[in-house]
Design a protein around this ligand. Sequence first.
Ligand SMILES: [Zn+2]
Length: 194
Amino acid sequence: MKKKIDTKLIEESIRNILIALGDDPKREGLIETPKRVAKMYEEVFEGMNYTNEEIAKMFGKTFKVDTDEIVIEKNIPTFSYCEHHLALMYNMHVSIAYKPKGKVIGLSKIVRIVDMVSKRLQLQEKLTKDVAEVLALACETDSVAVLISGEHSCMTTRGIKRYGEKTITTFYTGEFKENKDLRNEFLHIVRTED
Ligand SMILES: [Zn+2]
């Protein structure tokens, strides 16, 4: 069931933030800003309308295969928003692997899953875990690996201002968790330049 983002309430709230900042929401440059922000939020937070199960169903068209060789897709670019500061997490790259159990999903669907799960207010750790969960559901496998690197504007543009500092998060399930060699194979491929 699709939840609906309340764009009218976002508009009203942004107008109040502009007032709280001491600016005039009626001046020319700002007059359309609340509406624009609401429209942008509707797009960049689209994934908040859906559960992990719903996203898995949305992009989970599978094809039968008779191999269990791992599938890796690396450096899928994405962005998200940190739930602590509503700040942009950018320059993000997602690498995934899974071990098929008789089924694979289309490669473009993996990108779509990453894209939709990213469009939520969250921490990078949660994004990593959720991509793994949706992928496992969509591919009907229990062995998934996800590695994400990203920069957080709440770290790079304010506070301690660590320009260029990268946050790396990983999440492993099934054989990737149990089998160190398999995990290392994934990490080796992900970290090697093409
Ligand atoms: Zn933050």
